[in-house]
Design a protein around this ligand. Structure first.
Ligand SMILES: NC(=O)c1ccc[n+]([C@@H]2O[C@H](COP(=O)([O-])OP(=O)(O)OC[C@H]3O[C@@H](n4cnc5c(N)ncnc54)[C@H](O)[C@@H]3O)[C@@H](O)[C@H]2O)c1
Length: 346
């Protein structure tokens, strides 16, 4: 199988290639010289495809998604003599591709960038759409840029070594994308589709949403944040790297269902269908690993998706999703949805 998509994200055209095998060096490398960026778990995959190139290998995991790693990437590029017409090649999951994209966007005011996505989560979400970032001041993705890769490779072969926990994390983003779609049959059939089809569908849906609002200026792209407002706050409040991104998103989707039901936006039967799909995940409130309610609320109100002091929550609707403003939600209801009973947390 080989599916190819072309998306226009602002001024950049991104080609996404979904295929069984790893791409060749010639396909991946754009320009005259290149730097491979990977982590300690994806280095062996990278060296198979891209031997004899300069490397920057960062320690694996969300706890290393920080400015220090981005700085290491920039130093490695300088050391390797990467020029303005060179390229950065990310081989890894969302942590590597988010930071490599960030580094590519600022190195010499922007060099070519391609991604070989090696986790399910990166294939269906992180590698598509041009959001780059690293965590900063203990807050998730606080700094970053919009800088889409020109080429994104999705080699299904790389999933053979993916640990079970990372499959679970990626599957949450697949379910999220299916909820966004206004035609309910995608959600109804998600379990019946082959993995290739599920990935291909998710890429097509995410790509078309991002094309319609590449810089998240309107109300279109923001729907991709379903589950993320609650999820990012959970990741931050439990300590970055404690709850995987996908598991946090799954919990966040469950909270969005509870909020949507309370506000009358989410029909209970749709909530039930979504919660059934999330039955392998922790969906109860409070989350068992959440020890500090105030830290959760602090992280929630730092959310990048807020407009002024108003938060915008994405909740499932009868079809697709809808955006609700925190101006219509009182703190008591929000505390109940998150499972906060501590009266000092407000
Ligand atoms: N830019 C976006 O639009 C966007 C969207 C969603 C998520 N994200 C970000 O993506 C990150 C999560 O991505 P992730 O789940 O891919 O995490 P990750 O990059 O940390 O990968 C998860 C783990 O799997 C390992 N790994 C990667 N590929 C492997 C393979 N083929 N075989 C064995 N091990 C492998 C990694 O080394 C890591 O230990 C978060 O930081 C999140 O904020 C970004």
């Amino acid at each position: 199988m080989r599916d190819v998509y072309r998306f226009r994200f602002g001024p950049t055209e991104t080609m996404v290639i979904i295929q069984e095998a790893f791409p060749s060096r010639e396909e991946v490398c754009i320009g005259n010289n290149g730097l491979v960026l990977c982590d300690t778990n994806t280095e062996s995959i990278a060296r198979t495809i891209l031997p004899d190139m300069p490397y920057c290998v960062i320690p694996a995991g969300e706890m290393h998604k920080n400015w220090q790693s981005v700085s290491l990437m920039l130093q490695a590029a300088h050391k390797a003599g990467i020029s303005r017409d060179g390229c950065f090649i990310a081989v890894g999951g969302g942590v590597v591709s988010d930071m490599a994209g960030f580094a590519a966007s600022v190195y010499m005011r922007g060099v070519s960038f391609s991604i070989v996505a090696t986790t399910l989560l990166a294939m269906v979400d992180a590698a598509i759409g041009g959001k780059t970032a690293c965590d900063y001041c203990d807050l998730k993705n606080l700094i970053g840029t919009f800088y889409p890769a020109s080429k994104v490779f999705i080699p299904l072969e790389s999933l053979k070594t993916l640990p079970a926990l990372e499959w679970k994390s990626g599957r949450a983003e697949l379910i999220k994308t299916a909820i966004l779609n206004r035609s309910e049959h995608i959600l109804d059939r998600i379990a019946a589709l082959s993995l290739e089809k599920q990935i291909s569908r998710a890429v097509a849906i995410k790509g078309s949403i991002v094309e319609s609002d590449p810089y998240e200026r309107g109300e279109k792209r923001i729907i991709l944040n379903l589950g993320h407002t609650f999820g990012h706050a959970l990741e931050t409040a439990t300590g970055l790297g404690t709850v995987s991104h996908g598991e946090a998103v799954a919990w966040g989707i469950a909270r969005a269902c509870a909020l949507g039901e309370a506000l009358g936006n989410t029909p209970p039967e749709r909530s039930k269908k979504i919660l059934d799909l999330l039955s392998d995940y922790e969906t109860q409130a409070p989350h068992p690993l959440l020890r500090n309610s105030q830290a959760f609320l602090d992280a929630l109100y730092h959310d990048k998706k807020k407009k002024g002091t108003t938060l915008r929550f994405i909740v499932p609707a009868a079809q697709g999703v809808t955006v609700v403003s925190s101006d219509h939600i009182d703190q008591e209801l929000l505390n109940r949805i998150i499972g906060i009973t501590d009266s000092t947390a407000s």
